[in-house]
Design a protein around this ligand. Structure first.
Ligand code: XMP
Length: 516
């Protein structure tokens, strides 16, 4: 497939470069900078984009632009570290800037060039080094107060570099600039659409599975349902979707999954294992232990269901592109483990399943578009993420049926009010932006209250609502006061056993989104 290869030099924004290009209809894939050349060249890239990164070009063992890139004869766009690597490797000079440039800057472009229109553009900078002498063949295309070579180019070779970050929101001209590089310089097309890939995806699934049968573990979330719908389109009723009711689901969730998947004609097996999960969780309060128990119980329940269904050879997983990128990015492999995330990982190794992962190359927003094209309701494709361990990690303290019922009722009220206010579900052109994630948490803390003339001594509910793009960092949502007031009053009045409601105003970091 044609498109651009983005090489990741360790920038936290590398994924965004590929996303911005795809949002503009230009196909792009992300590779670690030291990926095997054959892996990258297999996509026949029409051009390369080099991401930023934390290194300095003159450090020993600094990442460098691989030879095959410069020998390909294809255009190259270097961003931040990518620009510095280009300048350094092609005979220019890079040095530490007199001061670090971080944040907004004005880029002056004196003459029109293939990447940027004439003018003054707001751009976002984050760098300590800068280019001080241009390599032969290059010219300056734009400067900021601190960077004489904030944009440079060698039009004859199609080599360009920018010191700023065109991929971040704070650079309004960024997407347009990336698009210009792709289309005008690298001569890529901009008609790529995720929905347009459905026929090829279906074909590839058919080739992989042949006459075999497959299971899809559906979680109730977007990715696993879209993956199941795609595979169902490819192999029809040789697919069975398995949904495990862990007893840790939100109100109405099991019914919604059943209705939706059956509505799409996908054969569905619902396994009610709630008693088993609650039994295993009895007396457990440690968050990591809860996560482990839910994960292990899930595997056991799923194994039994698979055996029951005649042990199909293939397992469909809703792995999406960011998961793939995260697991192979060099500097992220050793990231500290904050929480043991639970998904259906672990199933394939243990059961010898062969994996079918049709969404491996798609970003979340693209998966949503695929879902809509495959007939999933908008309400579903705009669902918020829900953690694998479910309400177990929102029921702080011991997980008992009574406490779960309390939590479920409070959570349902919160979500209902958010939905009424237009703050849940698909974004609408006019109207407020929906919150990225919102839920209730039940604390194992009791406080004194008064209801009528009676003293109460009941538990505390926390409301958590966050704004985030990528769930790696998050800010608490500034929900309207009257909405919070209504939710609090309804919870205290309608949910027995709760007499106090708090709103969580912690950002991530240092907090996390979930409480456990
Ligand atoms: P934290 O709490 O780490 O959550 O800030 C970030 C995002 O991940 C979701 N989350 C999980 N998702 N399995 C999942 O599939 C898990 O075990 C899990 N734990 C947290 C969380 O809801 C948020 O969207």
């Amino acid at each position: 497939m044609l498109g651009l290869a983005v090489l990741d030099f360790g920038s936290q924004y590398a994924q965004l470069i590929a996303r911005r290009l795809r949002e503009k209809g230009v196909y792009a894939e992300l590779f670690p900078w030291d990926a095997q050349p054959e892996t990258v060249l297999a996509m026949a890239p029409q051009g390369f984009v080099l991401s930023g990164g934390p290194a300095s070009v003159y450090e020993p063992n600094a990442p460098y632009i691989p030879e095959y890139v410069l020998e390909s004869g294809r255009p190259v766009l270097g961003i931040c570290y990518g620009l510095q690597a280009l300048a350094h490797q092609l005979g220019g000079r890079v040095a530490r800037a007199p001061r670090r440039e971080y944040g907004l800057a004005w880029l002056h472009v004196p003459e029109a060039n293939p990447l940027l229109p004439v003018g003054r553009h707001r751009v976002w900078m984050s760098h300590g080094d800068r280019v001080e002498a241009l390599p032969p063949g290059f010219q300056a295309l734009g400067h900021t107060e601190n960077s004489p070579y904030a944009a440079i180019g060698d039009p004859a070779r199609g080599y360009y570099g920018v010191q700023f970050h065109p991929e971040v929101q704070h650079t309004p001209i960024g997407p347009e600039m990336l698009h210009r590089f792709a289309v005008r310089v690298a001569e890529a097309t901009d008609d790529w659409r995720p929905e347009g890939r459905i026929p090829q995806l279906v074909e590839a699934i058919r080739r992989q599975i042949g006459p075999g049968r497959a299971l899809a573990a559906v979680s109730g979330g977007v990715d696993s349902a879209v993956a199941a719908a795609l595979v169902h389109r490819a192999i029809g009723d040789r697919l069975t979707a398995v949904f495990v009711d862990t007893g840790l689901l939100r109100q109405g969730e099991r019914e919604e999954v059943t209705r939706t998947l059956r509505g799409l004609g996908i054969p569905l097996r619902v396994v009610d294992a709630s008693r088993r999960f609650l039994q295993a969780l009895r007396g457990v309060t440690d968050p990591e232990q809860k996560r482990r128990i839910v994960g292990e119980t899930f595997i056991r329940v799923f194994e039994e269901a698979a055996r029951d269904l005649g042990s199909p050879r293939f397992l469909v997983q809703g792995t999406i592109y960011p998961d793939v990128i995260e697991s192979r990015a060099p500097e992220r492999r050793h990231a500290a483990r904050i929480k043991t995330h639970h998904n259906v990982g672990g199933l394939p190794e243990r059961m010898g399943f062969e994996l079918v992962e049709p969404l491996r190359y798609f970003f979340k927003d693209e998966v949503r578009r695929l879902g809509l094209a495959l007939g999933l309701p908008a309400r579903w494709v705009w669902k918020q993420p829900f953690p694998g361990p479910g309400l177990a990690v929102r029921c702080v303290g011991e997980v008992t049926p009574e406490r779960l019922a309390r939590l479920r009722a409070a959570d349902a009220i919160f979500r209902e009010e958010l939905e009424k206010a237009g703050l849940l579900g698909p974004p609408r052109p006019e109207g407020p932006n929906p919150v990225a994630q919102a839920f209730a948490v039940l604390l194992p803390v009791r406080s004194v209250g008064v209801m009528g003339d009676q003293r109460t001594y009941h538990e505390v509910v926390v409301l958590r609502a966050v704004e985030t793009e990528d769930f790696m960092t998050a800010d608490w949502a500034r929900l309207p006061e009257d909405l919070l007031a209504r939710v609090a009053s309804r919870i205290v009045n309608e949910v027995p056993g709760v007499n106090r409601v708090l709103y969580d105003v912690t950002t991530k970091p240092p907090g996390t989104i979930e409480w456990e």
